[in-house]
Design a protein around this ligand. Sequence first.
Ligand SMILES: [Zn+2]
Length: 343
Amino acid sequence: MHNKRNRGIALLLTALLALTLTACGGKGSSGSDQEKAKKSGIDYMALVNKLNPLPDGWEDKLETVTMENSVGDDVEVEKKAYKAYQELKKDLEKEKVFVDLDSARRSVADQKRIMDDFTKQYGADYAKKTVAEPGYSEHHTGLALDLYLIIDDEDIVENEDMMQYPEVWEKIHAKLADHGFILRYLKDKEHITGYGYEPWHIRYIDDVKKAKEIMSSGVTLEGWLGDVNETDVDINYGNSELFTKEELEEAAVQIKCDFASWKGCELHSLKYTGDSANTPENLEWANSMYEEPVYTKVARFTGSFHSPKESSGAWDPDKEYRDYQWWLGMDEDGSWEIAGTRY
Ligand SMILES: [Zn+2]
């Protein structure tokens, strides 16, 4: 979902994306947490995500340190999180696992600047799709850190490259809770977090006991705080001659990431309905939102979800929507985009 560190043009954009991920903040504090929060000023359990903005006044209370990483970039991190990170790093070095910080805190003002630049350069639609909305990235908190790997003295910073080391990430993830960190964007939880799996994005919560509970239960921070009812999604990829299994999985991730912003809704199932949806008429319809055709193929998924108990305008309250349709277009690079929904 967010690319880190593509140097060149993509760098700015991707960096932004990374920053934009934020989850909401600040609930579920017990008495002792509140004590801590008072002392340090911020609520280390705060939830910042696509639906929950950075709590008011956060940036006034935030205390940070800035360090230089192995590739020479400055990285700003919340004070306690940085101390904990250093301990984590030391702990990992004992096992010959070497990491560094790719990016951590991004201010809301920086995010706005990026959004403005992209809007000027590429238009508002593209900017909105590409850049996280200012205020709604967990990176605003200073508590979200993106790691990169150092393997045989080589910096491994590209997402695709980092994904090639699952066994290294496993070792890293096993140590997180000991230092008050959790993994934030879990596999198959895109419909809850709004982000694809990111083994490198860790979050400091300043509570080893809770971190251990969260990490061992495999629940998201959203689910653990009770912000959402965390359900699994039953996905049926059917049969396709047109798309590979990986392509269909990527399409489902797109749908799920988008779904995470459907406030109060619970996704239950998704199903690829088969290659017969890829007709010239449907392709033309999907492309009709663009001046020039962008998609080369279309795919239809149907699914069921439950709407919130209280009516929110968009949905009938407390209703199981069945056979809801998601249409996705694939461009010539093989990237998916949601072209539309129907019911
Ligand atoms: Zn991140």
